[in-house]
Design a protein around this ligand. Structure first.
Ligand SMILES: [Zn+2]
Length: 289
């Protein structure tokens, strides 16, 4: 494996000259500041480099063996001293120039983390309030994508009505509800790490190359006895205290960002849509497993 084999200039299908022989990737991390206001981590490029003095997310050339998230996290560590373990990646937006792409990797952090300019190409790094980003002199590539990016700074949550999804798959779940729930959770945790490449049209969001949603699986009745093991950071299992529907409707109302509820239950659908969530039937989810 060649280290940093992506370094080098290339020309894209639109005739621009770009840094990154295999394309480039940047990391757009969002975090609330001390006042609870949403911010994003941006860096100002050194005056002497290309796009000198302009602001944009940390990023750079992707190596041939690297995924976009891996390249973006590496660049953010190299340029801003950001700890990759302190952020959670939840999506990738692809800007395709024809034979050259820039992938913006979306991530969140629980708070504004300590950062500082590490590399010579970086003059300054700062957590900039989302409303103030437009007032900076932005890198033209980032400026073009910012309108779409600011709509997807918060991860998508997919709330799964486990009883309803299990009920739509005749695999003998009625004989062992806890076992069936366990199987479903295992499949969903696999999907959570793999991510999804398309969403139902009802979710009004700019198209990403890949989403890594936060899954919340709601269990009720006998299924609550499922041994969920360690489902990973992107999946939470909620055992409904009372009715599963009430739990799902509450989650649909209270989760931040876009919510997609997976159920075929008509009454529950109406309750979730009333609080601004999107709803899709179990088939959509089962086809992804
Ligand atoms: Zn280009």
């Amino acid at each position: 494996m060649t280290v940093h084999d992506g370094n080098g200039w290339t020309r894209c299908g639109r005739g621009h000259r770009h840094w990154g022989r295999y394309g480039a990737a940047g990391l757009l991390v969002a975090a609330p500041d001390a006042a609870g206001q949403p911010t994003v981590l941006l860096q100002q490029r050194s005056w002497w480099g290309s796009y000198g003095g302009m602001w944009g997310p940390p990023g750079g050339a992707r190596d041939s063996h690297e995924s976009a998230p891996k390249a973006a996290l590496r660049e953010a560590a190299e340029e801003c001293g950001l700890d990759p373990a302190a952020v959670a990646v939840h999506g990738v937006l692809r800007d395709d120039h024809g034979s050259w792409t820039y992938q913006t990797v979306l991530a969140i952090a629980p708070r504004t983390l300590t950062v500082f300019p590490v590399s010579e190409e970086t003059k300054e790094v700062a957590w900039v309030r989302v409303d103030d980003v437009d007032s900076l002199r932005l890198h033209p590539g980032f400026a073009e994508q910012w309108k779409a990016l600011r709509e997807v700074l918060v991860p998508l949550t997919i709330i799964v009505d486990a009883a309803n999804v299990m009920g739509s798959r005749p695999d003998g779940w009625w004989r062992d509800r806890a076992g069936a729930a366990q199987r479903l959770i295992l499949e969903l945790s696999g999907l959570a790490s793999k991510g999804v490449t398309s969403l139902p049209e009802t979710v009004g969001t700019p198209a990403l190359e890949r989403w890594f949603p936060q899954f919340v699986v709601v269990l009720e009745g006998a299924a609550k006895a499922a041994d969920v093991g360690d489902p990973g950071l992107r999946l939470t299992v909620v055992a409904a205290a009372g009715s599963g529907d009430d739990e799902i409707a509450t989650l649909a109302a209270e989760q931040p960002g876009q919510r997609l509820v997976v159920t075929a239950d008509r009454e529950l659908r109406a309750r979730c849509e009333a609080v601004g969530a999107s709803v899709i039937g179990p088939r959509w989810l089962l086809d992804l497993l």
